[in-house]
Design a protein around this ligand. Structure first.
Ligand code: SF4
Ligand code: SF4
Length: 373
């Protein structure tokens, strides 16, 4: 961590804060959560402590790395009137490149999904491009999936396979408790050489792979994710959309925590002062938006998706079906956040399975509308 900071990176990673795992600036390895485990289920996230000494025994919370490269709120430009003309300024670019510590496979793949959308060559977002450029990723193999995880159904996990500079796997076996580090890029290899950590043995690597294998075998829910785009075709009038809408609050939590959701809205704010005490300014801002907002689908003065049923259907089918046709990738990486942080406990795996006619080991959905997360 200090080596990355010395190289000029802004180092961010997991911290235990206010009873959850949040992602924030790190000063040293001591800031990482220690002996923390996490319990997740539809509509429920709880943090617990044990005496393991493990640094990565938890599964992610509501935060994702998206918030650092595609912030929930940002200024886009500022227009100031001066002496019969006006001056347009943009916020300065970030002073430091980012280093992400502890990204899980679903999160690494979510960054690639977001890149595909937000860096589309036809209309790349320059602010995202600037923040994303040169991000150093220290990924971590998941050793204990949460009850809401389903990354292996969506083409990944639990061991990051690409998109990282260094991959860590926390191993705790008869040999001892250690982090096995592997390079995924030249600069990752250079960093590991500089740290003089000592070469991993064949047994270390085998143990790391064993951690990943055990986590994959223990993945609590499975669904044929690759088949979903075809299976969800023709389900527009499936009765399950009504059943979900009975419970869905249209709160948009699922979209706010999703690491691949990219909808945003722009607004202009103009100062009212024109008495010469200050120059008149207009500030353009960008904020995350949600397809669960009624006005998000307004066209010609009317909301195209006027009902909760229509909005939930839009969200689920975009994630699991039409995103593939639109962007050539799935829109969902199976992180489970939308299920965990849904106050009604609506479970995307269960709903998708019902709609697609697939068997699932998913837990039954929480039927109590408005149960607390
Ligand atoms: S749709 Fe749900 S499970 Fe899929 S990436 Fe988004 S939050 Fe994760
Ligand atoms: S599915 Fe859950 S989180 Fe998403 S809008 Fe409905 S109630 Fe909110």
């Amino acid at each position: 961590m200090q080596a990355l900071a010395a190289d000029g990176y802004r180092v961010v990673g997991p911290v235990e804060r206010d009873g959850v795992i949040a992602y924030a600036d790190l000063g040293s390895g001591d800031d990482l959560p220690t002996s923390v485990t996490v319990e997740q289920s539809p509509g429920r996230w709880r943090l617990h402590h044990d005496d393991s000494g493990h640094r990565f025994g938890w599964t992610p919370g509501a935060d994702s790395w998206k918030q650092f490269v595609y912030p929930a709120h940002q200024e886009v430009l500022r227009i100031r009137r001066t002496d019969g003309s006006f001056v347009v300024t943009s916020p300065p670019p970030a002073a430091q490149p980012l280093a992400f510590i502890g990204a899980r496979d679903c999160e690494v793949r979510a960054m690639a999904v977001l890149d595909r959308v937000v860096l589309d060559p036809l209309h790349p977002d320059p602010r995202y491009a600037q923040r994303r450029d040169g991000v150093f990723v220290v990924a971590v193999t998941c050793g204990v999936p949460a009850a809401t995880c389903w990354c292996t159904s969506m083409g990944g996990g639990p061991q990051p396979a690409a998109g990282f500079d260094v991959r860590l796997t926390e191993v705790h076996d008869a040999v001892g408790h250690r982090l096995v580090a592997e390079a995924g890029s030249d600069r990752g290899a250079e960093l590991l050489l500089r740290l003089e950590m000592g070469a991993a043995t064949t047994d270390d690597l085998a143990a790391a792979n064993g951690v990943a294998r055990a986590a994959a075998d223990g993945m609590p829910r499975r669904l044929d994710g690759a088949a979903l785009p075809a299976l969800l075709q023709g389900t527009d009038h499936h009765p399950n959309w009504e059943a979900v809408a009975e419970r869905c609050l249209s709160c948009g939590n699922c979209t706010m925590v999703c690491p691949t959701c990219f909808c945003s809205t722009f607004s202009d704010h103009t100062g009212l002062t024109d008495d010469g005490s200050a120059p008149i300014e207009t500030v353009r801002e960008q904020d995350w938006a949600s397809c669960f907002q009624l006005d998000h689908s307004t066209l010609g003065g009317h909301a195209v998706r006027a009902t909760t049923k229509a909005r939930y259907r839009q969200w689920l089918t975009h994630k699991l079906q039409t995103w593939t046709a639109q962007f050539g990738t799935t829109g969902c990486v199976g992180c489970g956040r939308c299920t965990t942080w849904c106050p009604a406990g609506i479970d995307i795996v269960h709903e998708a399975a019902v709609l697609a006619g697939l068997p699932t080991a998913a837990q039954p959905p929480n039927s109590q509308k408005g149960s607390s997360a």
